[in-house]
Design a protein around this ligand. Structure first.
Ligand code: NGQ
Ligand code: ZN
Length: 452
């Protein structure tokens, strides 16, 4: 695939018609506007940069929609987590790969061309290390290679059950490592991603609940460069437990403990108070917001309005994969603020398209958090391009930025026609090239798991 021609495309300086993109080794080599199609492959739609999905636990796709039944006590994040632990206890490496491949197919069809896989399902169900320490990491890498999505693999360090060194519960035994075994896992994970055309490696201390402050400082020093992701301040109980043990709120504690800068992604940060919002914004760390999962789990609402006013950077993640849609994540982000502030275009700027603004910011923040050259249609970036269908009824009357608004607020996944990822044409007419085979394998997997 050398030359692609788009009827219209969103470039860093705005929309242009008749755009020719030249691709070499998966990256954009040149972009020219206002040129004839020539011998290039022609796309009649509107090209926009693929959105990075900065936070995912692919295995959770296998239980999406199956935990929406209230138990005997009040349901919460914590009761959901127990269901999730029971689900993951049955997964074999083959299951993990089958579910991940299907999740990546859905992501690509939904407009996500890169993913940060926050991977913590390291060991066998009984907690024993597989003969190959990177067995499951290799399965995630294999699923990425098979589907063509760009991968930032984030091996997760998980050491304890809660703040203050509480012992882990049996449901957490597949996640656990000490410093020595984690360092070996990271090395082996690096080998697993090195074989992919389109991958990066980062590190993820799971949360301040799951690692000690000493371990956190060790990680930051041991891997001084590359993406660093952590879950933080997602639940009120988490903030209370942190205050009880450390007399600090989780985000304050994180900033007290290590130097948090641009390579950091703070996933959720839901209960950040104004002082903490300022800390994140000033540090240039990315807030990893996951609006659909945060709504599904009843987490709460991050102060996105205050954070943007403070100059903060954010990206989006589909986290639990309860629903996979780039457009819906963007929409849910905006709608939470509309409901909270009882206003319209809550995250917008005067005279500008809200969809365009949020899409631009999420592309930039996602690219930063995933540590890859993605997020824009310009030379030097990976050729990650989503083509919107201008014949979709919701987009039929739209031009320029309004195409993004119509996609995000009205049409969602149905408006995506083609997806090019790392220069490969992976989605055509809305369908991933290997959809049938990978869906069949996924269906067989979840039916068998349900029957256990
Ligand atoms: C996770 N997910 O690691 O999958 C977590 C739940 C936890 C979200 N936080 C487990 N959404 O945080 O302890
Ligand atoms: Zn998560």
């Amino acid at each position: 695939m050398g030359k692609l021609h788009f009827a219209t495309a969103l470039l860093p300086d705005g929309w242009h018609d008749d755009v020719l993109v030249t691709i070499a080794e998966g990256a954009i080599a040149a972009v020219e506007a206002g040129v004839p199609v020539g011998d290039a492959e022609r796309f009649a739609g509107a090209a926009v940069p693929g959105l990075p999905n900065l936070h995912s636990h692919t295995f959770q796709r296998g239980m999406a929609g199956l935990a929406e039944r209230r138990g005997s006590s009040a349901d919460s994040f914590w009761t959901w987590r127990e269901v999730m632990y029971r689900f993951l206890d049955r997964l074999t490496p083959d299951d993990i790969e089958a579910i991940a491949a299907f999740a990546f197919v859905e992501m690509l069809e939904a407009g996500f061309t890169a993913v940060g896989e926050f991977h913590y399902l390291h060991h066998a169900p009984d907690g024993r290390t597989y003969a190959n320490v990177a067995e499951t990491a290799e399965r995630i890498a294999g699923a990425a290679a098979e589907t063509g999505i760009g991968l930032t693999l984030l091996p997760v360090y998980y050491r304890q059950g809660n703040f203050g060194g509480a012992p882990p519960v049996p449901g957490q035994r597949r996640f656990l490592n000490d410093q020595g075994s984690f360092a070996r896992l990271v090395e082996a994970s690096a080998r697993a991603t090195a074989g992919l055309p389109d991958a990066a490696l980062g590190i993820a201390p799971h949360s301040l609940r799951a690692v000690s402050l000493g371990d956190l400082a060790w990680i930051a020093e041991r891997w001084p460069a590359g993406p660093m992701h952590i879950h933080v301040s997602e639940q009120v109980k988490e903030v209370e437990d942190c205050l009880a043990v450390h007399a600090r709120r989780p985000i304050e504690l994180l900033y007290d403990t290590i130097a948090v800068g641009e390579r950091w992604c703070l996933v959720h940060a839901t209960h950040a108070e104004p002082g903490e919002i300022g800390l994140i914004a000033r540090s240039r760390a990315v807030a990893g917001l996951c609006p659909l999962t945060e709504a599904n789990l009843g987490d709460g609402v991050f102060d996105t309005l205050g954070f943007l006013a403070a100059g903060g950077c954010f990206g989006l993640g589909s986290d639990s994969l309860i629903r996979v849609s780039a457009a819906e994540e963007l929409r849910a982000l905006e709608y939470a603020q509309r409901l909270k502030h009882r206003s319209r275009n809550a995250l917008g700027e005067e005279g500008r398209s809200t969809g365009r603004r949020l899409h631009d910011l999420a592309c930039a923040g996602g690219a930063q958090a995933l540590g890859r050259r993605i997020g824009a249609i310009e030379p030097g970036r990976r050729a990650d391009i989503v083509v919107l269908d201008r014949d979709h009824p919701s987009l039929a009357a739209a031009q320029g930025d309004m195409l993004l608004d119509a996609w995000i607020f009205s049409a969602d996944n149905a408006a995506i026609r083609d997806v090019i990822c790392g220069g490969r044409h992976v989605v055509a007419a809305g369908r991933h090239r290997d959809r049938d085979r990978l869906v069949a394998r996924y269906r067989e997997t979840v039916r068998r798991l349900e029957a256990i």
